[in-house]
Design a protein around this ligand. Structure first.
Ligand SMILES: Cc1cc2nc3c(=O)[nH]c(=O)nc-3n(C[C@H](O)[C@H](O)[C@H](O)COP(=O)(O)OP(=O)(O)OC[C@H]3O[C@@H](n4cnc5c(N)ncnc54)[C@H](O)[C@@H]3O)c2cc1C
Length: 351
């Protein structure tokens, strides 16, 4: 089958990879020169040990297996089985982590409660005061700046994949003209397909809103900064118990420091980035866990993502026209769950 994927983010790229893996011919189109937004600008944490349960946990566990396979096939993805430590600094936090460690699915997630010395034996760079930490062995990281180009390069080697950047898709073609599903781009080209998958992120372009006027997803913004490499590298990813802090070491040792909770509706352009107090809180939280000043900050930004309105759902998948599907709403778990979401889409479409 010929599959057209609109969107070059992690969701679109994992759909392309899954379709190619199943033997189909894939054209992937993105309006940017490469992926815009989170794929090159997120923390890259593959998180199994968080609080997600039900469908969220099942998707994260499956995705973790798939990321490991991708990591073996595509070294440029920078997959590392780093594990993560979630640090408790108060008795209440320690009790909350203890509850997580006692859950029936703790072993499946690879989670275990450690005392401060045990936690520092796992990651000696954690010098801040702590009462204990939840070690999540199955958490992993990919390199957000290289993973998508590396996967695309690998797909191109199949001879069944074409990457078409710099094309803004303006709408669907007319079925009566071409006889199959198709999309039209800003240069007047029509791309025909047996199936079209729209992974256009947030906010969706107007023509996608026309096809799916009221999808059960909402826009949220997430905040992040990236530092120079610290003197003492971090061995693991690190989180706080409140869920306000995530620190993920990159391949160069630099730290991605993010607030993984959605911080609400996006503000006016530039306002979120200019919110110095919010970045100060993020830096303070990181420094408290690390027990020393953060290395110099190289970039900071907020970015908008689509998240399912129902928090128990990991993605919204909807047939919006004949042979055309919209897949959106992976929110703050998109990097983690995309490979599993793409597998489910392929099953649902019968690819
Ligand atoms: C600061 C931050 C940190 C994060 N950290 C993590 C993390 O550690 N772990 C994790 O699991 N998740 C994380 N996430 C979430 C994750 O990054 C997102 O869920 C994921 O990137 C969403 O991918 P996407 O492909 O759906 O959307 P996007 O990345 O927005 O991609 C959509 C693509 O579609 C293209 N497009 C849109 N319209 C058109 C059109 N008309 N024609 C052609 N192309 C079009 C856009 O150019 C874009 O490239 C983080 C997010 C942020 C913002």
């Amino acid at each position: 089958m010929r599959i057209v994927i609109v969107g070059g983010g992690v969701l679109g790229t994992m759909h392309a990879a899954e379709a190619v893996r199943r033997g189909h011919y894939v054209l992937q189109v993105d309006r940017g020169p490469g992926p815009r937004g989170a794929p090159v600008r997120d923390c890259g944490l593959v998180r199994v040990g968080g609080r997600a349960d039900g469908a969220g946990l099942a998707a994260a566990l499956r995705a973790r297996e798939l990321w490991e396979r991708i990591g073996r096939d595509v070294p440029g993805a920078g997959f590392r089985a780093t594990g993560s430590l979630t640090v408790a600094r108060t008795d209440a936090e320690l009790a909350a982590l203890g509850d997580l460690a006692e859950r029936p699915d703790a072993a499946e997630r690879g989670c275990k409660l450690l005392g401060p010395d045990e936690a520092r034996a796992v990651d000696p760079a954690l010098r801040g005061a702590m009462l204990g930490a939840l070690w999540c062995e199955r958490d992993a990281a990919v390199e957000p700046r290289t993973v998508l180009p590396a996967v695309r390069e690998r797909l191109a080697g199949s001879g069944r994949y074409t990457w078409l950047p710099g094309r803004d898709v303006r709408g669907l073609g007319d079925m009566r003209d071409v006889g199959t599903a198709s999309v039209r781009d800003d240069r007047g080209a029509t791309h025909e397909a047996d199936a079209v998958v729209l992974c256009t992120g947030a906010p969706p372009p107007g023509w996608v809103r026309g096809l799916a006027p009221d999808p059960p997803v909402r826009r949220v913004r997430l905040r992040m900064l990236r530092t120079a490499p610290p003197d003492e590298p971090l061995a693991t990813s690190v989180a706080d118990t409140a869920g306000r802090l995530l620190i993920v070491p990159g391949l160069d040792g630099g730290l991605a420091v993010g607030d993984p909770r959605a911080c609400g509706e996006p503000g006016p352009p530039g306002a979120d980035e200019a919110d110095a107090a919010a970045y100060d809180r993020l830096r303070d939280a990181a420094e408290a866990v690390l027990g020393r000043p953060l290395p110099p900050v190289r970039h900071r930004w907020t970015d908008v993502r689509a998240r399912c309105a129902d928090p128990s759902r990991i993605v919204h998948r909807e047939r919006v026209a004949e042979d055309v599907w919209l897949v959106a709403g992976a929110g703050e778990r998109g990097m983690t769950c995309s490979p599993a979401i793409a597998e489910d889409t392929a099953d649902e479409l019968g690819l």
